[in-house]
Design a binder for this molecule. Sequence first.
Ligand SMILES: Cc1cn([C@H]2C[C@H](O)[C@@H](COP(=O)(O)OP(=O)(O)OP(=O)(O)O)O2)c(=O)[nH]c1=O
Length: 198
Amino acid sequence: MKKLILASQSPRRKELLKSLGLSFQSITSHIDEENFHLQSPEDMVKALAYAKADAVSKGVEEDAVIIGSDTVVVLDNKILGKPKNKEEAAYFLELLSGNMHTVYTGIAIKDNKNSNSYIDVEQTQVYMKKLTQDEIQAYIHSNEPMDKAGAYGIQGLGAIFIEKIIGDYYSVMGFPILKFYLGMQSMGINLFDVRDNY
Ligand SMILES: Cc1cn([C@H]2C[C@H](O)[C@@H](COP(=O)(O)OP(=O)(O)OP(=O)(O)O)O2)c(=O)[nH]c1=O
């Protein structure tokens, strides 16, 4: 039976995959994300998602399917990853305040048995309300921004700042569920069978 492996340490990705009723193991990949910064956001998140899956695939058994994902926030051609400190989190939130930005999430699935892979990217537009300095500081104080691309979490307290989104909510959270389903399908793996048998 094939084994499902999530090449991620992200609690959000684990939670979303779990919500589909899938059993999986998660293994953290150690990729130097700095090497991927010169490309377009689409290419960057696809390359990073694949690099994470590929790195983990090398250390696991042949009969495994490995899933990698990567998320960035983009505003006016500026790529915002995870803030390095609270000052950078405040800077990111000031940029996003009152504006529309795009969240890009790449997904890669690699079947270790035949080396087949699927790589895709989802884009979602997010509209954030105008934030006051007090709101920015109070939000940073909650600590929620620190491990998240763009310094906010749509699924947590950050939800209070979101006016609307156009696109896939789960992709903003870090894992594009529909693309995952379609990707598995394109590789000849039926998620309904996986739920029951893996
Ligand atoms: C925009 C946004 C991002 N995020 C998160 C999803 C990702 O975990 C994180 C972006 O960082 P990533 O570098 O994509 O992933 P990660 O380092 O958390 O985990 P791994 O590389 O092991 O898979 O930002 C939210 O949780 N909510 C949001 O609204």
